[in-house]
Ligand binder design. Structure first.
Ligand code: SF4
Length: 726
């Protein structure tokens, strides 16, 4: 089929941020490929980028503003059972309803009774305007997004140690790595194109790879050393590596003297944290810990990459600090091929944070508690801004139960799939006075909403995404949105005008006079020194620019910290070994770990209505052959997985990829939602939940009567193969 147009854009799934050419005919995307001469992917795409586009034109897309026919009241809020429960309304009526209800809550309970989720899938411009609306119009800092649920542990740890939480090095450096460690990241399935560069470094350049992971991932097949530690024992493992580096004189004393602080107290704390001590906790042989420490410290340049296995923990910030300590000890930061690199999950989770989508900061982490910064934004927005940081998204839920939170504005988020302990989150949603959802599909949460605002997808609007290595890239209009759906930035602009008029603040509407996404970006960059050198024309010319980019003639910054850290000196942090996770016991003897499979994306809202769903059509419970034998189950048999919070039923996938005692459940499947099982315990600093360790039990189950395909054999369905593993 011949394309009528080919539109260059950016993949909307993961944080790699692959550039993609969308082939369009008759108002539909029918093919996607990637330009070979453009970073960051240079022609590569994974299965989602290549074939996952059909959600854009799906007939179930939200196309018209909707208002619930029945008034929903706190404690009695119910899910809509179908289209008949909604009334199609004009945009004017929908926006007036949202403004009236939010202002009513602000009048009766104060602006801090309102919370909002920014969206890690929406553009920087959309997110900038959401936080501007919530802060500058409504008057609260209660805005947060799903980074709280994925990399808050990394952010908190990196901020404490370095004063910056972004990935420090670029994807382009991966091909030439000398030595690197991957931990808590099933890179092949979660950041597929990045994994190809990492594997290439091993295969073609002889790079030495250390993998630290309880699960056997494809990356372990490329590793010189695989440290298979027990789930949740990360800090013991990395402290013991540090102990070896110090005791064997492998630390980079020149770097430590010039660039760090807190070294002596840190070294004193490492005494006793020997490999033999760590072996007892982690199960990793002491000799392997020594070998890993020598390999990492002995390299001229070494980098660390990690995923949610490190951050999604009650000690996620501690895990990050132990990794940061290793890099500071060896001086493996601030040069090409070194660095500390949390691999960000969603396509624009970096950009959503950069755009001010967090409760304590404006754009590019400018603190709202700084009076000068606040005054700058007040002048630009024509508003008096609140000076106290707001609630985090995990605190939104608890805030409902304490009566503090009454209203929730969801932009592209689905908390009933993403929050831990689904029943707890559902109860919170049921208690709300008002719920509005701005989205592209119905989902498990917004069927409880009072108002639905239909949004354009990434392929139907202009804007920018910022990928995991801080590269700002454009998206472009490839196809028209369905029905009356509008870009998020336009919805928020219109809503701001309606709200300000009702508030009697028409003068403030002057700061909402955008006619394009480019107008929004121009305002963002004027207020954000790190973005000042980036404009749409430059992005079109250069395909992408790494921030910080403080001037139009600045080349951008592929790697950070060459001269100094944002906090000045990098700080060593002693970290004690402890765990606050829910550990297995006689009643719940297995550890549950949750994560992704290659073919799906997060809550499945996009991939489960695409052809990808045929490739991996159902939830699987991965468990070790010895555990399966004891339970008398084989791959394809139905099992019930139960925790203290609930139960799901799904089919067993028996494989040595998970060690004995661990079960792995992907979190994409609403009919067997992993977050029915997970726990609400949080990292005290980062407020991130523990999605990687909680206690569950397993038992054989009957096939659910209401599950399509329950009678079809599991193995051989799509890409589900008879698995292998050690
Ligand atoms: Fe899209 Fe990520 Fe796959 Fe690239 S690796 S095509 S960004 S999902």
């Amino acid at each position: 089929m011949q394309a009528e147009s080919i539109i260059r854009s950016t993949c909307p799934f993961c944080g790699v941020g692959c550039r993609v050419d969308l082939h369009v005919r008759g108002g539909r995307i029918f093919r996607a490929d990637a330009p070979f001469d453009v970073a960051p992917n240079y022609g590569r795409l994974c299965v989602k980028g290549r074939f996952g586009w059909d959600f854009v034109g799906h007939p179930t897309r939200l196309a018209y503003p909707l208002v619930r026919r029945t008034l929903q009241t706190p404690g009695h809020r119910t899910p809509a059972s179908g289209p008949e429960d909604w009334r199609q309304v004009s945009w004017d009526e929908a926006l007036a309803t949202v403004a009236d209800r939010l202002l009513s809550l602000a009048d009766r309970f104060g602006a801090d009774s309102i919370t909002a989720n920014a969206c890690a899938k929406a553009t920087n411009e959309d997110n900038y305007l959401l936080q501007k609306y919530i802060r500058g119009v409504i008057g609260t800092n209660n805005v947060d997004h799903c980074a709280r649920l994925c990399h808050a542990g990394s952010v908190a740890g990196l901020q404490l140690a370095l004063g910056s939480s972004a990935m420090s090095n670029s994807i382009a450096e991966m091909s030439d790595l000398e030595c690197f460690m991957v931990t808590g990241s099933n890179t092949t399935e979660t950041h597929p194109v990045i994994s190809t560069f990492l594997k290439q470094a091993v295969e073609r350049k002889g790079a030495r790879l250390i993998v630290a992971d309880p699960r056997q991932t494809e990356m372990t097949q490329f590793a010189a050393l695989w440290l298979r530690h027990r789930p949740g024992t990360d800090t013991a493992l990395f402290n013991a590596m540090a102990n070896v580096i110090v005791s064997e004189g492998l630390a980079n004393q020149a770097f430590i003297a010039a660039r760090t602080e807190g070294y002596h107290a840190y070294v004193a704390d490492l005494a006793g944290k020997t490999p033999e001590w760590a072996e007892q906790i982690t199960g990793v042989p002491a000799a392997d810990i020594r070998a890993a420490a020598r390999m990492y410290a002995g390299a001229k340049a070494a980098a660390i990459y990690w995923g949610m296995g490190i951050s999604q923990s009650t000690h996620g910030s501690d895990n990050t600090l132990t990794l940061t300590n290793l890099a500071l000890l060896c001086g493996h930061v601030g040069r090409p091929g070194t660095g500390l690199n949390p691999l960000r999950g969603q396509n624009n989770v970096q950009g959503c944070s950069d755009s001010g989508g967090s409760p304590g900061v404006y754009t590019a982490y400018q603190p709202l508690t700084d009076p000068a910064v606040r005054a700058k934004f007040e002048a630009a927005w024509g508003a008096t801004l609140p000076d106290k940081p707001g609630l985090t998204t995990t605190e939104f839920v608890d805030g409902v139960f304490t009566g503090r939170v009454k209203g929730w504005y969801l932009m592209g988020e689905n908390p009933l799939m993403s929050e831990p302990h689904q029943a707890h989150a559902r109860e919170a949603v049921e208690q709300l006075e008002f719920l509005v959802s701005q989205d592209i599909f119905f989902n498990e949460t917004n069927i409880y909403a009072d108002v639905i605002l239909p949004a354009a997808s990434f392929a139907e609007q202009e804007g920018t995404f910022t990928n995991t290595d801080r590269r700002v890239q454009r998206v472009a209009v490839a196809v028209p949105p369905p029905g009356e759906a509008r870009p998020d930035w336009q919805i928020l602009t219109d809503l701001a005008h309606v709200t300000l008029k009702k508030m009697g603040r028409p003068e403030a509407a002057a700061s909402w006079s955008y006619t394009s996404a480019s107008d929004v970006w121009e305002e963002m960059r004027r207020l954000t020194p790190d973005f000042w050198g980036i404009d749409y024309e430059r992005l079109a010319r250069e395909h992408g620019v790494h921030w910080p980019c403080p001037a139009p003639d600045h080349p951008g910054t592929p790697y950070l910290f060459e001269q100094e850290f944002p906090r000045g000196r990098g700080k060593f942090w002693p970290v004690a070994w402890k765990t606050d996770s829910e550990l297995p016991d006689d009643e719940y003897p297995f550890v549950l770990s949750t994560g992704r499979v290659l073919y799906h994306w997060h809550g499945g809202t996009m991939t489960r209505v695409s052809s990808l769903d045929a490739i991996w059509p159902e939830c699987t419970v991965e468990l070790h052959p010895k555990d399966a034998e004891r339970l008398a189950v084989a791959s394809g048999d139905w099992v019930e997985v139960s925790s203290r919070r609930g139960s799901i039923t799904a089919r067993a996938l028996v494989t040595g990829r998970s060690p004995r005692g661990l079960v792995f459940v992907p979190f994409h499947f609403a009919e067997a939602a992993a977050n029915v099982l997970t726990d609400v315990r949080l990292d005290a600093r980062a407020k991130i939940p523990d999605y990687k360790v909680c206690a569950v039990r397993l038992s054989r189950a009957e096939p659910p009567q209401d599950r399509p395909g329950a009678d079809v054999p599991l193995i051989g369905r799509g890409a589900i193969k008879d698995p292998v593993g050690q």
